[in-house]
Design a binder for this molecule. Structure first.
Ligand SMILES: *Cc1c(COP(=O)(O)O)cnc(C)c1O
Length: 301
């Protein structure tokens, strides 16, 4: 039974992207298509859930509880993972539940997730043991998975991402960052330098968060890593006409679907830095991690 807990991965393509902008800058780019890991439990969320499900099984908890915004990829993936592997799931949603539910939350409910909206104020207390204790009184015992899958099990799962591509073929690996869990996990195993593209606004905060995650869990960094905090487009889930134009053009030209919250900001950032010429060394071979999350597109089109 436990054998099916997110162990079997299909082959994940490393897809080259031929583009005149990159060619002019002397850069080669490929995309690791983690969006193809699973039809629903997609991208880095698969890796973050893997050891969380195992942990819940080990500790005999058959309910998983998590937190997320109303378009959370994490909440969406967790609802499906719970249904597939026999866990009850509860999603604590920031703010009132929209009525009718949006497509993301409707999917989660259809997968059997119990949804509960809490005030933004209470949502801000999501790490507070008193709030967790209240939730335990209301919902019974559960295995808690923090927002975005940002715990040690999540970090551990993400540390397995670098084995999916030939590391010797790349000089730099770029990825989009929300909580920074994926970057933290990858930094503990990667042989190639990493560059995270922060999708939330806030100068310089994420590097501290990632460093904190690595240290708190007693892990060691194996590769140099950095965070670019300039391609958030005004903040989490904010977009601009240029970003949406880039997304549409990129999909049409390269046949790789993007969504605006993470992957479009990542690729936009890579192209913008390539144009600047002085950031990536000449002849850099760059790999971009596609983090999945395409369900979120439905909030934009
Ligand atoms: C959740 C998510 C991320 C961010 O991952 P973190 O580990 O929270 O930094 C990036 N891309 C996509 C598509 C995601 O769904």
């Amino acid at each position: 039974m436990a054998a099916d807990l997110l162990r079997d991965l299909p082959d994940i393509p490393v897809q080259p992207v031929e583009d005149p902008v990159l060619a002019a800058a002397g850069i080669s780019l490929s995309v690791l298509r983690l969006d193809l890991v699973h039809p629903v439990i997609s991208g880095n969320k698969w890796f973050k859930l893997k050891y969380n499900l195992a942990r819940a099984r080990e500790t005999g908890r058959n309910c998983l509880l998590t937190f997320g915004g109303s378009w959370s990829n994490h909440l969406h993936a967790l609802a499906f993972a719970g249904a597939e592997f026999g866990f009850r799931t509860t999603g604590i949603v920031r703010g009132e539940l929209p009525d009718p539910l949006n497509a993301c939350l409707q999917d989660a409910r259809n997968a059997g997730m119990h949804l509960s909206g809490i005030s933004r104020h209470d949502y801000g207390r999501r790490h507070d043991p008193a709030l967790i204790a209240d939730l335990e009184d209301q919902h019974g015992p559960f295995h808690l998975i923090p927002e975005g899958g940002a715990n040690i099990e999540g970090v551990r799962g993400c540390s397995e991402i670098p084995v999916l591509y030939p590391q010797a073929d790349f000089d730099l690996v770029c990825l989009a960052c929300g909580t920074g869990t994926t970057l933290a996990g990858m930094a503990t195993t990667s042989k190639v330098p990493l560059m995270g593209f922060q999708v939330l606004k806030g100068q310089g905060y994420l590097a501290g968060t990632v460093r904190g995650m690595i240290r708190t869990h007693g892990l060691t960094e194996r590769s140099p890593w950095s965070v670019d905090d300039t391609f958030h487009f005004g903040g989490y889930a904010r977009v601009s006409p240029q970003l949406m134009h880039f997304l549409t053009e990129f999909q049409a030209r390269h046949g790789i679907p993007l969504e605006p919250v993470y992957s479009a900001k990542l690729l936009y950032g890579i192209f913008a830095l390539a144009k600047k010429r002085d950031i990536f060394p000449q002849n850099s071979r760059i790999l971009a991690i596609h983090g999945g999350g395409l369900q979120g597109l439905r909030g934009y089109f």
